[in-house]
Ligand binder design. Sequence first.
Ligand code: AHM
Ligand code: MG
Length: 336
Amino acid sequence: MDKNSLGLSIGTTLDRFIKKMQDEHSYATGELSQLLRDIALAGKIINREVNKSGLLDIAGAYGSKNVQGEDQQKLDVIANIRFTRALKNGGMTCAIVSEEEQEIIHLNQNCRYVVCMDPLDGSSNIDVNVSIGTIFSIYRRISPIGGPVQDEDILQLGTDQIAAGYILYGSSTMLVYTTGHGVHSFTLEPSLGEFVLSDENLTCPKDGKIFSINEGYYYQFGEQIKEYLEECKAKEMSARYIGSLVADFHRNMLKGGIYLYPATEKSPNGKLRLLYECNSLAFIAEQAGGVATDGINRIMEIEPTSFHQRTPFVIGSKKMVDRVTKLSTMTDTVLG
Ligand code: AHM
Ligand code: MG
């Protein structure tokens, strides 16, 4: 049986893996480990809801809009409630910022961790049984424990993340996370109800043959993006776009590729949110040897000024993302 560098076999449960990682770091208090377990539990609950969405009346639109003015799906709302409840009951989180809520969700003031999350990303794919995902970032609060959580606790740089990850509800359900010591993936074993280790220290190929972008917006893209797409086509690369960020990113990380959601004329700051979509995946990508930028600047060094701030997003294999940066620098257009 395969053994990884921690001496754990493929198939080791997430709980055991987290405990082993905790034991490797003498300063660890166990609180982050518990929080990761809380997130895994929430993921299992959402997985259950997603799996039965075709059987119950929980697919489709909820009839309301979220803070970005986008239509909420019923499962968006359910996932937000389930996640919030799991983190509240877990008792390790002082505050959450969620794609589905305008303001900070205040939990236990005596805790040190802040979670930024998109409880269910790609939710327009729910009704058609296509992969969707949960994305999360964990930060240590800056303000003193015991007092109310402040905006500064949330508006931290991506480089301040202490953990990040995603859960992909795909042909199987996977949890992928990093605490800054490599990227590890776990597959949900449905009959056991446990996430078990699939891969330790995942790496993203330095170059790839897949490009993922919504080309329907081609005429709204800046010149450097158009030029990059022409280069991809000239090289006969494969176009793959699910329209579910987690699934597109996961595939590209494993196989080598690039995902782009650049600025468009209609959305000059792009569509994706810095705090709970871009930073989280940027941390994973960098830990796997990949790169994430807004076209020029490193995503994890962008100063956040608001909870739901958007940014253009280019992420994936180093050589491919670097090429976009080079073209952007040449045309001197950061966000175009
Ligand atoms: P959401 O957070 O409202 O689900 O939007 C994010 C999703 C991403 O998963 C996906 O990559 C992108 O939006 C697709 O957008 P578009 O339909 O404009 O290509
Ligand atoms: Mg989203």
